[in-house]
Design a protein around this ligand. Structure first.
Ligand code: CP
Ligand code: NVA
Length: 302
């Protein structure tokens, strides 16, 4: 792996599979302490439950200490530049975990930090989530070539990271997104050009989930888009994951959502809480995969 982990596009297929194996190992070898004596600074510009807790618990389990910094305290890019924050945090810490609005802030942090920077979600991508999702696919016996993953909803940071994964591992990725809500154009094009996976945008959710092995959705209104919420609910109303939609998928389909969910909007209670749902495994797997990422990036710097 490179110094930083900012996007799945930076990984090779072997590195992705290596992280899954290391996650398995760390899950059972609870006495492993590759972060002993190390500290990780965590800057969050947005709210978080899963990411914050899984990183903090992960650091502790690996023998290190995490320092949670709210953006009100740090003022990343406002009180002082990302470069200055990166330089200073690098003097005290062994890694920086950052959740930001503008992805450029992550690039700036990584450029100036002498320690690894890990993307804990930006407006552009959420690589830790999608690696945890991949780990969840494998846990449920779905990690096979050309597995059909149907994503229904907004072409957001989650979709961009799925597209980056599809540039490395062969999957059949069908995106049911309304006009105007497509994923990042360059990331989509790069995924198409990689010719590793079959990738389609299909406007009709029923066609998109037809015979799908996995149906995935995420909020229609991501953090930072709250002012657009009313318009988005109107634009996305045909893109809800519910029991009727799931009948078009394979019988043994699994239902995925990175959470937090907006019950009654992008997904119904029935779908989220039903027997096909693996959403809590996805949440737990954030811990295992992030421990593998940190052990690889920080642990090797001993
Ligand atoms: N899935 C996820 O990243 O959740 P949080 O926003 O709660 O961290
Ligand atoms: N797309 C969502 C993901 C939350 C984990 C957001 O950015 O708010």
């Amino acid at each position: 792996m490179n110094k930083d982990f900012l996007s799945i596009a930076e990984l090779t297929k072997d590195e992705v599979l290596g992280l899954l194996s290391l996650a398995d190992t760390l899950k059972v070898q609870k006495e492993t302490r590759p972060l002993a004596g190390k500290t990780v600074a965590m800057i969050f510009q947005k709210p978080s439950l899963r990411t914050r807790v899984s990183f903090e618990v992960g650091v502790v389990q690996l023998g290190g200490h995490a320092i949670f910094l709210t953006d009100e305290g740090v003022g990343l890019g406002v009180r002082e530049s990302a470069a200055d924050v990166a330089n200073v945090l690098s003097r005290f810490n062994d890694a920086i975990v950052a959740r930001v609005f503008d992805h450029q802030l992550l690039l700036d942090l990584a450029k100036h930090a002498t320690v690894p920077v890990i993307n804990a979600l930006s407006d552009l991508s959420h690589p830790c989530q999608i690696l945890a999702d991949l780990y969840t696919l494998r846990q449920h016996g779905k990690l096979r070539d050309h597995v059909k993953v149907a994503y229904v909803g907004d072409g957001n940071n989650i979709v961009n990271s799925w597209l980056e994964l599809a540039s490395i591992l062969p999957i059949h990725l069908t995106l049911a997104v309304p006009f105007g809500y497509e994923p990042d154009r360059e990331i989509f094009q790069r995924a198409q050009d990689a010719k590793v996976s079959r990738i389609e945008i299909i406007r009709d959710p029923k066609n998109a989930v037809n015979k799908a092995d996995v149906v995935y959705t995420d909020t229609w209104t991501s953090m930072g888009q709250e002012k657009e919420k009313t318009k988005r609910i109107f634009d996305f109303w045909e893109y809800q994951v519910n029991a009727a939609l799931l009948r078009h998928a394979k019988k043994d389909v699994i239902v995925m959502h990175c959470l937090p969910a907006h019950r009654g909007e992008e997904i119904t209670n029935e779908a989220l809480d039903g027997p096909q749902s693996v959403v809590n495994d996805q949440a737990e797997n954030r811990l295992h995969i992030q421990k593998a990422i940190m052990a690889t990036l920080i642990g090797k710097r001993t």
